[in-house]
Design a binder for this molecule. Structure first.
Ligand SMILES: [Mn+2]
Length: 339
């Protein structure tokens, strides 16, 4: 259950019809989009005026999601996005824990006088930036926390097929189709409830995972075949994709999603790093098995963070320098973390 005092506060804030903006992190994933749209539909049903505002566009394999076409992008619709944030009485921040993770929205958000409500499951949030928070790192996904909020508000009966599909997308993608972060049985009972409320789980899975472009699948093959480096002693796999690599495979936003998980299929590999070269920085995506905390590693050395087994980071050097640094740092980090 949600903390009763927090629930009281949120219920009070939502008393009457409010102008609400929901936003989530830049480069949104399935949980970011799913939790945002699920909350959007529910708050609309409860009589509020609601918009989802995100920094940049969502991957094409989430474009089937109901009302995905109504999401306002700050990058392409800056004026409207600013106006909505300025006028909002309540701003929900989903699936991230520090305002700067909202990307280009951050300055507008910082200026806002709205009540800020955080719903998130990432480690070490900047709680001071939010008036109220529903935050639990033990939950599989923000979508699961949004369900818990609905449950506490006693509005589960209002969940329809659209809302159920959005919530399921978030839970499914943040657990790697129920392969990690699934030690809490409640994750499964929530999914069972969603099925009872109209969810077609197989259909959602297929829409997300069986909707690749040919070039995306070929990019995955190239990444494994030509760009995968194994550092056996460090039990580490690194894939680095240059700007040119991405160009060669007609990269679209979301195309590299999932690639970082693939090397963990190799026995004895405990850490997998995907490095992608961006316009003005090097982007890192990290995954681990067992007790190796990529959150801690990314926070300490890579300007990032996330969860114990999934995190992100950034560097401002070159691909090669980033690889060299990781390889140099790992044995040092290893003495603190047993893996
Ligand atoms: Mn998430």
């Amino acid at each position: 259950m949600i903390d009763p005092e927090c629930l009281n506060n949120i219920t009070e804030v939502l008393n009457g019809s409010r102008k609400i903006v929901i936003n989530t992190h830049t480069n949104p994933d399935g949980d970011a989009v799913g939790s945002s749209l699920a909350l959007y539909f529910m708050l609309k049903k409860l009589g509020h005026q609601v918009d989802v505002v995100i920094a940049n566009s969502i991957p094409s394999f989430y474009s089937w999601m109901p009302d995905a076409d109504k999401i306002i992008y700050f990058g392409t619709n800056t004026e409207q996005a600013r106006k909505l944030i300025d006028e909002a009485e309540v701003i929900f921040c989903l699936d991230y824990n520090a305002i700067h993770r909202s990307g280009s929205l951050k300055d507008s958000l910082k200026k806002s006088n709205a009540v800020f409500i955080l719903i998130d499951h990432h480690q070490e949030p900047e709680l001071d930036s939010f008036n109220y928070h529903i935050w639990n790192t033990l939950r599989s996904s923000t979508s699961e926390l949004v369900f818990k909020l609905f449950d506490s508000m006693e509005v589960v009966k209002l969940i329809d097929k659209d809302i159920a599909s959005c919530l399921f997308t978030g839970i499914m993608t943040d657990t790697g189709s129920f392969s990690y972060s699934v030690s809490n049985s409640e994750t499964f009972s929530i999914v069972a409830t969603l099925i009872d409320l109209g969810l077609d789980a197989a259909d959602v899975h297929s829409k997300v995972y069986n909707s690749m472009t040919e070039s995306r699948l070929r990019l995955m093959g190239f990444a494994i075949n030509d760009r995968l480096q194994i550092f056996e002693k460090l039990q580490t796999a690194i894939i680095a994709l240059s700007k040119q690599d991405l160009l060669d495979y007609n990269y679209q936003i979301g195309d590299t999603e999932g690639i970082v998980n693939l090397p963990l299929a190799i026995e004895n590999i405990r850490l997998s790093v995907l490095i992608t070269e961006k316009k003005d920085h090097i982007h890192l995506s990290l995954r681990s098995k067992g007790s190796f905390s990529v959150n801690e590693f990314a926070r300490k050395y890579l300007n990032g963070g996330g969860h114990i087994n999934a995190a992100g980071g950034k560097t401002y050097t070159t691909i090669q320098q980033t690889i060299d640094d990781i390889i140099r740092i790992l044995p040092e980090f290893d003495t603190q973390i047993v893996y």
